[in-house]
Design a protein around this ligand. Structure first.
Ligand code: AMP
Length: 304
């Protein structure tokens, strides 16, 4: 079984209270792929970069079980660039710059052998591109998850609402849930958003954990209190990678298993933030993941 991952592959420049990076490799699909690679050896990537993107980064993805046949490399063009600065609490950030570059004209083409992927992870990207990928699938995936952000709500809300009609799970943060639903209460927001299409909604609340809504039920997973948080960039995408990875590994799309997936997502996000960029996700082992899952279990288990 395989996961088709769509999203940005990018250069990022990040500033947090703990330091600053020049252009480093990032992008939603990069973080999703790395996190999912701890659960799946069949990842298929659809994205676009310019010819300024380093071959070593593509090789690094391939070493993490990613089939890069759907990664377009545009000659003479520049890779998507995003730059952000985190506030002192690290829970909020300002986008300093978004340069769409290759994304401006991106027309996703799914290689034939990608079209029957059982799981589809529509990572953060132009909503009309997410829709174009949906349109090319030859069979309906067992689960379609879509992640997006305020940038696309500000710039193409109509296209986003169109894509939402076709997805099973939407993952967004609390501010984005409020923007999309136009209400403050997250419980009310969840009801409104579910009417837009997704059967399930995951609301990510940074260091305050994540909420899962669906089938008239709610589940809450805390975030692990960490000694070192250097850079929250990619935490949401790592969450999505762990979430989808666990579902693909187990082949179970029940609400009960989505709850476990929220924990695996939180585990991968907790690693991501411990170092700048993708560094931590590229150095951890399966053992580290297992240990941290156990830490999550003991974090909130208690006797009645
Ligand atoms: P996250 O911190 O999980 O929201 O994801 C951060 C990643 O999203 C960075 O690596 C960026 O390259 C990427 N990113 C930033 N803005 C956008 C955007 N408008 N569309 C798609 N990806 C983006």
């Amino acid at each position: 079984m395989s996961i088709l991952i769509v999203g940005t592959v990018a250069f990022d420049a990040i500033e947090t209270p703990f330091g600053k990076t020049d252009k480093i490799v990032g992008g939603a699909a990069t973080y999703i792929s790395l996190a999912a690679s701890f659960f799946s050896d069949k990842l298929r990537l659809v994205s676009v970069v310019g010819d300024d993107f380093p071959q070593e980064a593509i090789t690094m993805l391939e070493k993490h079980n990613v089939d890069t046949d759907g990664l377009q490399i545009k000659k003479g063009e520049k890779t998507f660039f995003w730059s952000g600065k985190y506030h002192n609490d690290m829970n909020s950030r300002d986008t300093i710059d978004t340069q769409l570059n290759v994304l401006e004209t991106f027309d996703p083409v799914l290689p034939n052998n990608f079209k029957d992927s059982e799981y589809l992870m529509l990572g953060n990207l132009v909503p009309s591109v997410q829709q174009k990928v949906l349109d090319q699938m030859s069979s309906k995936p067992k689960l379609i998850v879509l992640d997006t952000m305020n940038f696309w709500m500000d710039n193409c809300m109509d296209d986003l609402k169109e894509a939402l009609k076709n997805v099973d799970v939407l993952t967004i943060n609390d501010e984005e849930a409020r923007q999309l639903s136009e209400v403050y209460s997250l419980v009310k927001a969840a009801k409104i958003i579910q009417k837009m299409g997704p059967k399930y909604l995951v609301i990510k609340k940074g260091e305050h954990g994540a909420l899962l809504f669906g089938e008239d039920k709610t589940f809450f997973a805390p975030a692990l209190p960490l000694e070192n948080v250097f850079d929250p960039t990619g935490a949401g995408d790592s969450f999505a990678g762990g979430f989808m990875g666990h579902i693909q590994k187990t082949g179970d799309v029940s609400f009960e298993n989505l709850k476990s997936a929220v924990i695996y997502g939180s585990v991968m996000a907790s690693f991501c933030v411990e170092k700048f960029g993708t560094e931590r996700l590229t150095e951890i082992t399966q053992e580290d993941v297992k240990e941290r899952v156990n830490e999550f279990v003991s974090l909130s288990s208690f006797a009645l």
